[in-house]
Design a protein around this ligand. Structure first.
Ligand code: AMP
Length: 467
C-alpha cells in the first residue's frame, strides 16, 4: 500500500500531513500527487470527502517551494477557483495547514466582504490565491490582480461551477491565464458539457477517477420515512430526540424552509442554526463554527450553502425535503461519510416527493429501506399542538413569477430573475438543473398524472417559492 513517504513530497509537507493525523494517502492522493509534482495536467473525477483538496494542495505547495521565487506584486503563483465562499475558506485553511512549515503566502478572496483587505493582500503578491470566480474578476477589472504569472491553476468542483452559472466567468479567467501553465480540473461528475470545458482547459492530462457515487452511498446506512408534508416538523423533533444523533445536518430545498425548520427545532429545545445564501458571511461563519465546536447539534442548510462544507463527525444527515436533482442526494448524504467513516442518512418523503425518490433510487442504483409513518396519530397530535402559523403550508410569495419548476414548484436557493453568475460565489441555485422524474432536465412545470395535489388538497405549485 502506498504511504505518504512514497510520493516524493517535500519533508516539510510530510511533517504537516502526519501532524494532521493522516496515516496514509487516500486513493486520489496516491494517484494524483506524483504526476502533479512532475508538472502534468490532471483531470480528477472525485467528490468532496475523497481527500481531493490535499491531492492538489500538497503537490502545488511542493512545486512552489521547489521553484522558490517570490511572487511579483499583484500576482499569484498558484490560483485555485472554488464555487462557494465556504469551500474557498476551507481550501485556504488546508493550504495554510499543510504549508505551515514553508514560507509561502496564502490569500483567499470572495464576495460579500470588503475589497480593501483583499486588495492589500494581493498588492504584495501571493504564492497561493483561492478565489470565487466573481470576486476574482472584480479584482482583475480593478487592476488589483493580474493572472499572467500563474504557474498552476486549479478548477475545483467544476460541475458546481457550471450549475451556479459561472461558465462565462471561467472562460474569461482562462483567457487571462498564461498559455504555459499547469492546470488541474476536478469534478464529481463528468457530463458532456463538463468534459468539453475540461478539454479546453487541460493539455494531455492524467485522468484519475475515484469513488463513484454508488460506492459512497453504499457505506451509509439509509432510510426513507413516508410522512405527510405538514407532519415533517413533528417527525424531525421526534428523530432528534435520539441521543445517538450527536451532530446532524438537515437539508431543505429553500432558504425560507431552512429558517423555518431551524426555528421549529429551537422551539422544541433542539439548538439549531440555519445557513444559506441570504445570511451574511459572519452569520454563516458563526453558525459553522458553533456546529463544528458542538455548541449546536443541528445545522439546517440548503444544498448550495452546504456545498463542500467539511465538518467531520456528522453522525446523521436528514433530508427534510428530498432534492429534485438526484446527484444532490449523493452530495448531501456524503457529508456523513467523510474520509472513510460511515454515517446515517434519513429522508423524509411526502407524497409529492415520490418521483424524486424514484429518481434517486435509479441514479444510485439501490432501493432505500423505508418506514411508513403516514396516518400516525402521535405525529398528528404533535402537529396539532404546534404554534399557530408554523403548521401551515408555505404560501407563494408575490415575486415568485408564477413560473414553477420541477414538480411541486419548489425552486431552489438563489433561482431568481434572469441568469448570470453573482460575484459572491455560490449564491445561485441549481440553475438549469431542474429535472423531470426519469432524469430529463426541464424548466417547465411537470405534473405527474393527476397527482399534482398535496395531501391537503393544495395545488402543489403553491408550495415554496424563492426567498
Ligand atoms: P476533501 O475531499 O479534500 O474535502 O477531504 C475530506 C476530509 O478528509 C477532510 O476532512 C480532510 O482533512 C480529510 N483527509 C484528507 N486526506 C486524508 C488522509 N490521507 N487521511 C485521512 N483524512 C484525510
Amino acid at each position: 500500500m502506498t504511504s505518504f513517504n512514497d510520493l516524493g513530497l517535500n519533508p516539510a509537507l510530510l511533517t504537516a500531513v502526519t501532524a494532521g493525523k493522516y496515516t496514509q494517502p487516500t486513493p486520489i492522493q496516491a494517484q494524483a500527487i506524483p504526476p502533479v509534482i512532475e508538472g502534468r495536467d490532471l483531470l480528477g473525477i472525485a467528490q468532496t470527502g475523497t481527500g481531493k483538496t490535499a491531492a492538489f494542495a500538497l503537490p502545488i505547495l511542493h512545486r512552489l517551494a521547489a521553484a522558490n521565487r517570490r511572487p511579483a506584486p499583484k500576482t499569484c503563483r498558484a490560483l485555485v477557483l472554488s464555487p462557494t465562499r465556504e469551500l474557498a475558506s476551507q481550501i485556504a485553511e488546508k493550504f495554510r495547514a499543510y504549508g505551515r512549515d514553508m514560507k509561502l503566502s496564502v490569500a483567499v478572496v470572495f464576495g460579500g466582504v470588503g475589497m480593501n483587505p483583499q486588495v492589500q493582500a494581493l498588492g504584495r503578491g501571493v504564492d497561493v490565491l483561492v478565489a470565487t470566480p466573481g470576486r476574482l474578476i472584480d479584482h482583475m477589472q480593478q487592476g488589483t490582480l493580474r493572472l499572467d504569472a500563474v504557474e498552476t491553476v486549479v478548477l475545483d468542483e467544476a460541475d458546481q461551477m457550471l450549475d451556479l452559472g459561472f461558465v462565462h466567468a471561467i472562460k474569461r479567467i482562462s483567457q487571462a491565464l498564461p498559455k504555459q501553465r499547469q492546470s488541474l480540473f476536478f469534478s464529481a461528475t463528468m457530463p458532456q458539457n463538463i468534459a468539453q470545458l475540461a478539454a479546453g482547459f487541460l493539455k494531455d492530462p492524467v485522468r484519475v477517477e475515484v469513488t463513484p457515487a454508488a460506492t459512497t452511498v453504499e457505506r451509509i446506512d439509509q432510510n426513507v420515512i413516508f410522512v405527510e408534508a405538514e407532519r415533517k416538523r413533528a417527525l424531525l423533533l421526534e428523530i432528534m430526540a435520539n441521543p445517538d444523533i450527536t451532530r446532524a445536518l438537515v437539508f431543505t430545498r429553500t432558504k425560507h424552509g431552512a429558517d423555518k425548520v431551524a426555528r421549529h427545532l429551537g422551539t422544541g429545545n433542539v439548538p439549531a442554526a440555519a445557513i444559506h445564501g441570504n445570511k451574511s458571511q459572519s452569520q454563516r461563519e458563526r453558525a459553522l463554527a458553533d456546529f463544528k465546536a458542538g455548541r449546536i447539534r443541528v445545522l439546517v442548510a440548503t444544498d448550495i450553502a452546504a456545498r463542500g462544507i467539511d465538518v467531520t463527525g456528522v453522525s446523521h444527515v436528514v433530508n427534510f425535503e428530498l432534492p429534485n436533482v438526484p446527484e444532490s442526494y449523493v452530495h448531501r448524504i456524503g457529508r456523513t461519510a467523510r474520509a472513510g467513516k460511515d454515517g446515517m442518512a434519513i429522508s423524509l418523503c411526502s407524497q409529492d416527493e415520490r418521483a424524486y425518490l424514484r429518481d434517486i433510487e435509479k441514479v444510485t442504483r439501490q432501493r432505500i429501506p423505508s418506514t411508513d409513518r403516514r396516518g400516525d396519530e402521535k405525529l398528528a397530535a404533535a402537529t396539532a399542538a404546534e404554534p399557530r402559523g408554523e403548521n401551515r403550508p408555505q404560501q407563494q410569495r408575490p415575486h415568485g413569477h408564477g413560473q414553477h419548476r420541477g414538480h411541486g414548484g419548489h425552486r431552489s436557493e438563489g433561482q431568481r430573475h434572469g441568469s448570470g453568475a453573482r460575484s459572491e460565489g455560490g449564491q445561485r441555485s441549481e440553475g438549469g438543473q431542474n429535472r423531470k422524474p426519469g432524469g430529463q432536465r426541464s424548466g417547465k412545470p411537470h405534473r405527474q398524472g393527476g397527482q399534482n395535489r398535496t395531501p391537503q388538497g393544495q395545488n402543489r405549485s403553491q408550495h415554496g417559492s424563492i426567498h
